[in-house]
Write a protein that binds this ligand. Structure first.
Ligand SMILES: [Zn+2]
Length: 234
């Protein structure tokens, strides 16, 4: 059951379920979805009150996940559609050709393919092109910011990238940073923000005040960059 509460200026939506339990349980998922599981005998009024009490905590949990919302409408992979690359819009142009390749020329992304109606093949070509671009830009930006880690993480830091559904990046306790290839569609500033964000996780594997202090120190404009990434990347 879909429900929502007003908390300050924001609305928190949640899925409400009932189960054989004594207390109210709240779960927050990486895609920011909230699930509330209530005891069978809980009244709606009581549930709303409880969720409201936990609102600050819920928002903090949602904030915890470096969120990634694919706002992009479904793509048809036809000429004329626009696609993002490093924060700029490019128009897609399909060209019938026996030699498959992707080229970027003045505001256009040209895809040469032997069948202009084969959407999955065109998607694969474009995704592969994005991946190649990520392979060029991610290591450069990674190296640019790597020196900041020396003061709080003396060991080696490793960079990987792959397509991820729910996150812009991740970091583990072994110094492994993974970036979402999808990031290549956003401005370089955003890619740098995610890299610095993940670097700060090498010092703190959480979103504590200490984590944000460190982020603020190295990337003072993180708020607006994060905001851009979360709201304007379409
Ligand atoms: Zn994080």
């Amino acid at each position: 059951m879909k429900q929502s509460i007003q908390y300050g200026k924001s609305i928190i939506d949640f899925d409400l379920e009932y189960a054989d339990r004594k207390t109210l349980g709240i779960k927050v998922f990486p895609d920011k979805k909230v699930e509330v599981i209530a005891p069978f005998d809980a009244t709606e009024e009581k549930i709303m009150e409880k969720v409201k009490q936990k609102a600050a905590w819920i928002q903090k949990q949602q904030e915890f996940f470096l969120s990634f919302h694919p706002l992009t409408p479904p793509r048809n992979y036809v000429s004329g559609e626009t696609y993002l690359y490093l924060g700029r819009q490019y128009r897609l142009k399909l060209v019938e050709s026996n030699e498959a390749c992707v080229k970027m020329v003045r505001g256009f992304i040209f895809i040469h393919c032997n069948d202009k109606t084969d959407k999955s093949k065109i998607k694969a070509q474009l995704d592969n092109w994005y991946k190649e671009k990520a392979e060029i830009h991610f290591p450069q930006l990674f190296s640019k910011w790597l020196p900041i880690t020396k003061s709080f993480y003396p060991s080696e830091v490793d960079l990987k990238y792959r397509w991820m559904k729910k996150r812009w990046g991740s970091c583990d306790d072994k110094g492994q940073i993974t970036l979402n290839i999808e990031l290549i569609k956003s401005p370089k500033k955003c890619i740098e923000y995610v890299i610095v964000h993940e670097f700060c996780h090498l010092a703190f594997l959480n979103h504590s005040k200490a984590f944000y202090d460190l982020l603020e120190k190295h990337f003072p404009t993180w708020r607006e960059t994060k905001n851009y990434l979360e709201h304007f990347m379409v």
